[in-house]
Write a protein that binds this ligand. Structure first.
Ligand code: SF4
Length: 168
């Protein structure tokens, strides 16, 4: 399946817990002030690759903990990102997804692909980057409004947000 991406980082330790392959999807509608990845905003930019090639890249790294879907806005290509998530889980990798949407916006979107991607995500970092709320003290997110959500526990908790706990 095709996906439009800006770039891939195959040894990231900043986009989630552990060693990760990060896919920077191309195209973002949010235009947050102070965004660190403005080159990912153009929906016609970047390049188109096959999701299987991303999985192959992940398979080449035996010490990888997971794949991070970042942006850009992964939920604007939810079907392709979900394809990556499903295949990644089959080879034992976890999925973190960064989004400018909130958990509630995705859940209420009535969009099958977006909701599937949400369900196949282990940890969701949600919300726009708000420059006025920027902090360097946060784990794996940039501004205080953003939440690092444990999706499995949140779904078990009737969609009431359960934040990811960190044991370090
Ligand atoms: S959602 Fe992320 S990529 Fe999109 S504008 Fe905001 S910070 Fe940048």
């Amino acid at each position: 399946m095709d996906i439009r991406i800006s770039d891939v980082a195959n040894d990231s330790i900043v986009d989630g817990q552990g060693l990760r392959l990060t896919v920077f999807t191309q195209g973002c509608p949010h235009h947050c002030k102070g965004c660190h990845n403005p080159q990912t905003h153009d929906f016609k930019g970047g390049k188109i690759v096959d999701t299987n090639d991303i999985i192959k890249l992940a398979e080449e790294n035996p010490i990888l903990d997971g794949i991070t879907l970042s942006g850009g806005e992964p939920f604007m290509q939810a079907e392709s990102c979900n394809d990556i998530a499903l295949k990644a889980k089959k080879i034992g990798l976890n999925i973190w997804t960064y989004t400018g949407f909130t958990f509630e916006e995705i859940l209420n979107s009535n969009d099958k692909n977006k909701i599937e991607l949400l369900k196949n995500t282990d940890v969701l970092v949600d919300g726009k980057f708000i420059e006025e709320e920027r902090s360097l003290e946060l784990n794996f997110c940039g501004s205080r409004n953003q939440r690092v959500i444990d999706i499995k526990k949140t779904i078990e908790n009737n969609n009431n947000i359960v934040l990811k706990s960190f044991d370090f």
